[in-house]
Design a protein around this ligand. Structure first.
Ligand code: AMP
Ligand code: MG
Length: 563
């Protein structure tokens, strides 16, 4: 913009500034860069953007496509602070331009990464960043390292037949969910910003022959690394052993430096180090599955290109949150037949994906036995993590473990019998007052405090009522012996059982509003989901059960991969 004539305190990045304008010093976005991915790994020699197979290279240098009229819709203040961006700079035109791909700052080095992947169980060959472009790798004041990546920034050599764009609805979902997951304590890529491009993008939401124009958007994702399992699978599948070796050396030395022996400078890392690293990745993946399961998150597309080498939740597509507890549920209509990525199958798929990673690393290790030992350790790592998480959710961390595990598995068998809201059920369990015991309570009296968790409370009758009341009896007996006061118990349980999660319908309401140009609900949700374990009494409605209108609505209970 040209000068806004406000000479002091202005936060615009004006292209023409009259004498006396004092904005210059504050209105500059700058970062310290350390492009270690580009420095460590070979790049594509072909500078053209057209879709193609890129061999022998980990990335292609490519710039975002400029867009019609970029504007900022939302940002995360925490991520801006993490990156050292001064608060006022977020409101500048420059911020909107940079984080929609319309301006490249000095020192940035935009690139798209090359990787492959197994999609829905089948090897899909080269995939790569078809619409994500990393702007640069930033070194933080505290020594941290974060890559800034725009999703939806235009075509790259990896775009195949697609347009390199993203629509507003999927971008709102990615923006909100990455931040919500972070605040729930789940490892995840972060989201700095959500920008509108001003361009329209054609999409056929349900793949049923009804394409329509939608608003284009760009999310700036932030993570220490976007390397995926598929980053190793692609060079392995092509017999590119040097590239595979370079990827492994980069990943271990930069991202897992504590595994690198001091005497290894200048020498290739040994097989022992590689195996120790695979063990770390297996542990991180198992722990991530525990985290997803404890909060009721369903990723929806756990292809190997969507599994982070750092154990972060990455690539928010047709994900969803369990509302009624149903281990078979998947939000992804594209996966409706096989339900490969259903809630209850996620831990298993984590292992399946690790097997693909181990296969990719085999040429560098040459022995199957140590890799198999790592893979064999996954089941117990997951089981221990999950049992611990479930005990904590039940407030039974200090009860006898075997009692807690039995009561936990009985509950998980009970919950799907009638539609029971997972999040509300566990929250109400924390509120249960164990000191109030009628001398001979009826089944109805026992289950009464839990009734708000049921979608159709009248279904809590007959056998299900008897089984639930009997479970509550056993639960009360075990909890009563766990040696905590009522208040301690409630506090401990509320600290692990969120009151607020990004329910599918809440995200859809924010999208409906955003599509009319209003972004207030995005900010409100961001704010509520910053403190998911707090009661926030004036926000109760955001912790409510899914309303009836959302039960079968596209975007709420059904999502396709169209984004
Ligand atoms: P996803 O299912 O989002 O993990 O995407 C799988 C692959 O398709 C990745 O290589 C993406 O970069 C690519 N892709 C998805 N959508 C687009 C798009 N609109 N334009 C170009 N590539 C895309
Ligand atoms: Mg992906």
């Amino acid at each position: 913009m040209t000068c806004c004539t406000q000479l002091t305190g202005c936060r615009h990045t004006c292209t023409e500034r009259p004498e006396g304008c004092e904005t210059v010093a504050i209105a500059e976005l700058t970062f310290d860069y350390d492009h270690w991915f580009l420095d460590d790994l070979p790049g594509d020699q072909d500078a053209r953007v057209h879709p193609r197979q890129v061999t022998g290279a980990a990335y292609s240098l490519v710039e975002p496509t400029r867009t019609d009229s970029p504007t900022l819709a939302a940002h995360s203040a925490e991520v801006a602070a993490l990156l050292g961006i001064k608060p006022g700079l977020v409101d500048t035109d420059q911020f909107a331009k940079v984080f929609s791909g319309n301006e490249i700052l000095p020192g940035m080095a935009p690139f798209a990464a090359n990787y492959g992947g197994h999609q829905f169980g089948h090897w899909a060959g080269q995939l790569g960043d078809g619409r994500a472009i990393a702007l640069g790798e930033v070194k933080l004041a505290d020594g941290g390292h974060q890559t800034l990546q725009l999703k939806g920034a235009g075509p790259t050599p990896y775009s195949r037949s697609a347009d390199g764009r993203a629509v507003l609805r999927s971008s709102v979902r990615e923006f909100l969910c990455s931040e919500a997951m972070h605040h729930l304590g789940v490892p995840t890529t972060r989201a700095l910003s959500l920008a509108l491009t001003g361009d329209k993008v054609m999409r056929d939401v349900m793949y049923d022959g009804h394409p329509a124009p939608e608003a284009g958007a760009v999310v700036c994702r932030v993570a220490p690394s976007f390397v995926r399992f598929g980053s190793f699978e692609l060079p392995a599948s092509r017999g590119e052993e040097n590239l595979l070796r370079a990827f492994v050396e980069h990943t271990i030395r930069r991202l897992f430096p504590y595994l690198v022996p001091t005497a290894s400078a200048g020498k290739p890392l040994t097989s022992d180090v590689l195996v120790a690293w695979l063990q770390e990745v297996a542990d991180l993946t198992a722990d991530l599955m525990v985290d997803w399961m404890r909060v009721g998150f369903v990723h929806g597309v756990m292809n190997t290109d969507n599994l982070s080498i750092l154990g972060l939740t990455i690539d928010y597509g047709p994900y969803g949150w369990l509302e009624n507890y149903d281990p078979d549920w998947t939000p992804n209509t594209t996966d409706a037949q096989g339900r490969r990525y259903r809630y209850g199958n996620q831990p298993e798929v984590g292992l399946w994906n690790l097997v693909r990673l181990a296969n990719a690393l085999y040429p560098l290790i040459g022995e199957a036995a140590p890799l198999e030992r790592v893979l064999d350790s996954y089941a117990s790592r997951y089981a221990n993590g999950w049992n611990g998480a479930l005990r904590a959710k039940l407030g039974l961390s200090s009860a006898k473990a075997s009692d807690a595990d039995v009561i936990g598995s009985e509950l998980l068998a009970l919950l799907p019998r009638i539609e029971t809201d997972m999040t509300i059920f566990f929250r109400l369990l924390g509120d249960l007052d164990l000191s109030k015991t009628a001398s001979n309570p009826t089944n109805e009296e026992l289950v009464a405090p839990l009734l708000p968790a049921y979608y159709l409370p009248e279904e809590l009758a007959g056998d299900v009522l008897a089984a639930t009341a009997s479970w509550v009896r056993s639960y009360r007996a075990i909890s009563g012996n766990a040696g905590q006061s009522g208040a301690e118990r409630q506090q401990a349980m509320h600290a692990v059982n969120p009151k607020y999660v990004l329910r599918n319908y809440l995200a859809q309401m924010a999208i409906d509003e955003a599509e009319t140009g209003e972004f207030g609900l995005i900010d409100d949700l961001l704010d509520i989901l910053r403190k998911p374990f707090d009661e926030q009494p004036d926000k109760h409605e955001f912790g409510a059960k899914r309303p009836d209108w959302a039960r079968d609505r596209v975007g709420c209970s059904m999502l396709s991969c169209s984004s």
